[in-house]
Design a protein around this ligand. Structure first.
Ligand code: PEP
Ligand code: MN
Length: 337
């Protein structure tokens, strides 16, 4: 339910309503809008709650949230959510760009990547220190050593760090170094992990599972929001279909659909979405054209020798050219980048 407070409701009245909601065994999420405050009351539904809450003078109305995901829904919060972490801003009307290598491989590799993606216009650095690999025999990442190199790259360039956390027990370690915790596609429905990152106050980049529906994707985001972490970004990274000419199929309509259903920002990953470097620049432009709030792009100083995902990684030169093209598309639509 959404408890809509009257304009001018005092803080004390809002806190009082939060207590009433909690006494009903529901969780209260307060959303302060420009004109009025609303309180999302979420949890198991019982009879008579709506009428009880509506009986307070300071309450304008109480309306049900129809979507199965509650805190993520646009019904609750029509204004888009802005995620701001250091150098990275992801919000409607402005495209934030996260770029860098698939994995952190060495100090020289991550430093060169950081400097070059920054020069091309990236506003955050990506790099996996814990890598979810299809085969147990593939490189699994540099782990804490990799996190330290990412932190050093942030010190050198000022770029915010986006890196994956694969298990709840890794959260304390990864959050010590990262600015944004990435939840990988394979972990989208790892509910213990979603709750663990939800308990932190670090921004989260939640990747869509390759076989997840939009509703499952939004309910996964709901697990994080339900723990009180408001800084969630949704990442469309492609889904598994019958098609095999690309690694995954990248549905760009997800951007518009998600913008209609949720206030959370949407980031497009054309690298995993296609798996083929030559397709990535145009998909970056297309993502900007459909008003994605951000891009996450794999860029490697020497893609042929990358330990992971070289085939989908852009060279720094191609990335710089892609950013120039994207800026033109953005400007044509009145967006900033
Ligand atoms: C990655 O970002 O390198 C990655 C493993 O992505 P995904 O979880 O989308 O496969
Ligand atoms: Mn990758």
């Amino acid at each position: 339910m959404i408890v809509v407070m009257k304009p001018g409701a005092t803080d004390a009245q809002i806190q009082n309503m939060v207590r009433r909601v909690e006494e009903m065994g529901l969780k209260a999420h307060v959303i302060v809008g420009t004109e009025r405050t609303v309180i999302a009351a979420v949890g198991e539904k019982r009879n008579g709650e709506r009428e009880k809450l509506e009986s307070y003078d300071e309450v304008e109305k109480v309306v049900p949230i129809l979507a199965p995901y509650k805190v993520a829904s646009r019904e609750l919060k029509p204004q888009p959510t802005c995620v701001e972490v250091g150098s990275l801003t992801i919000v409607a009307g402005h495209i934030g760009v996260i770029a860098g290598t698939c994995s952190v491989e060495s100090e020289a590799q991550i430093m060169e990547s950081a400097r070059k993606v920054k020069a091309a216009g990236a506003t955050a650095l990506r790099g996996g220190a814990f890598k979810p690999r299809t085969s147990p025999y593939s490189f699994q990442g540099m782990k804490e050593e990799g996190l330290k190199l990412l932190a050093a790259a942030r010190d050198a360039t000022g770029l915010a760090i986006v890196t994956e956390v694969m298990a709840p027990e890794q959260v304390p370690l990864v959050e010590k170094y990262a600015d944004v915790l990435q939840i990988g596609a394979r972990n989208m429905q790892n509910y213990n992990l979603l709750q663990a990152v939800g308990e932190t106050r670090k921004a989260v980049l939640l990747k869509r599972g390759p076989a997840a529906t939009m509703e499952e994707f939004l309910l996964a985001a709901e697990y994080i929001l339900d723990q009180g972490n408001k800084d969630v970004m949704l990442c469309e990274r492609g889904i598994r279909t019958f098609e095999s000419h690309t690694r995954f199929t990248l549905p760009l309509a997800s951007v518009t659909y998600l913008h209609q259903k949720t206030h959370l920002p949407v980031v497009i990953d054309p690298s995993h979405g296609t798996g083929i470097a030559s397709l990535v620049p145009d998909m970056c432009c297309a993502a900007v054209a459909c008003k994605a709030d951000g891009l996450i792009v794999e860029v490697h100083p020497d893609p042929h020798h990358a330990i992971s995902d070289g085939a989908q990684s852009l060279t720094p030169e191609v990335f710089a050219d892609t950013m120039q093209q994207c800026r033109k598309v953005a400007a044509a639509l009145g967006l900033t980048m």
